[in-house]
Design a protein around this ligand. Structure first.
Ligand SMILES: NC(=O)CC[C@H](N)C(=O)O
Length: 251
């Protein structure tokens, strides 16, 4: 079985490249019938409104929703996280179509505009950590969303203290004291709910393969059939903080 990567727009090539480094074949998915040939799906970062329009054009929404409801592993990064959320705020006028399934409210562009994109080190969640690996990972936020609330079945894997973000105080777009999300001084940036994984940051733009390996462990066919593939990521090379990939400009 192969891992599908939704290839309508955004950083799908980067995800496929990381899968290749782990010895796993990633295939581009653009049509509903292509979902029949993949065991799991990655929805990349990009621009969720554009992605939604293209998904609509290709009549992908019913097949994507069915894929999620069938319990197949799906990982949304950044725009992909927005796509998977049941509720989104900060959308363009008229809203945008979502796949849904992930019981959370996501706030688009939570950290501000493109120039307020940032990178930071966050603790690696115990379930994602690998023996011998560094205790943190490089989290790349590009006009990223944040998760404001989650339902009872959602496991929080990573959050970020708002005080850690330099641009946060100078950015008028970011909710301040009166907003309930600020009271805890943290927002959620990675979650898991059953077959669904979602991250507000972009592991595919770093040389650290641990988030991809973690997702692959959610895919039973890959874990049972080719467990050696997943374990290759424990090599030291997998933990490099940054790749040489130039950051694409995402909306
Ligand atoms: N890097 C990203 O995927 C950015 C997401 C983008 N801000 C959106 O709303 O879709």
């Amino acid at each position: 079985m192969v891992v599908g990567v939704l290839a309508l727009q955004g950083s799908f090539n980067e995800h496929i490249a990381v899968l290749k480094r782990l010895g796993v074949k990633g295939v581009e998915v653009r049509k509903p019938e292509q979902l029949l040939n993949v065991s799991s799906l990655i929805i990349p970062g990009g621009e969720s409104t554009t992605m939604a329009k293209l998904a609509e054009l290709h009549n992908l929404f019913p097949a994507l929703r069915e894929f999620v409801q069938m319990g197949k592993p799906v990982w949304g990064t950044c725009a992909g996280l927005i796509f998977l959320a049941n509720r989104a705020t900060g959308q363009k006028t008229g809203g945008q179509k979502l796949i849904g399934g992930l019981d959370c409210t996501v706030h688009r562009n939570f950290f501000g505009s493109q120039i307020q994109s940032f990178e930071t080190e966050l603790p690696i969640p115990p379930v994602v950590a690998e023996e011998g690996g560094p205790p943190s990972f490089r989290a790349v936020f590009i006009r990223a969303p944040a998760i404001l609330d989650v339902g009872p079945d959602v496991e929080v894997l990573a959050d970020i203290p708002l005080s850690a973000i330099e641009t946060i105080n100078s950015n008028p777009a970011i909710p301040k004291e009166e907003d309930s999300t600020e009271s805890g001084k943290k927002v959620i940036v990675a979650v898991k709910q059953g077959n669904l994984l979602a991250t507000a940051f972009h592991p595919e733009l770093t040389a650290d393969t641990r988030w991809h390996s973690y997702f692959l462990k959610m895919v039973p066919e890959i874990e049972e059939g080719t467990s050696d593939i997943v374990s290759t990521s424990t090599s030291n090379q997998s933990f490099g903080a940054r790749s040489t990939i130039d950051f694409p400009i995402y909306q």
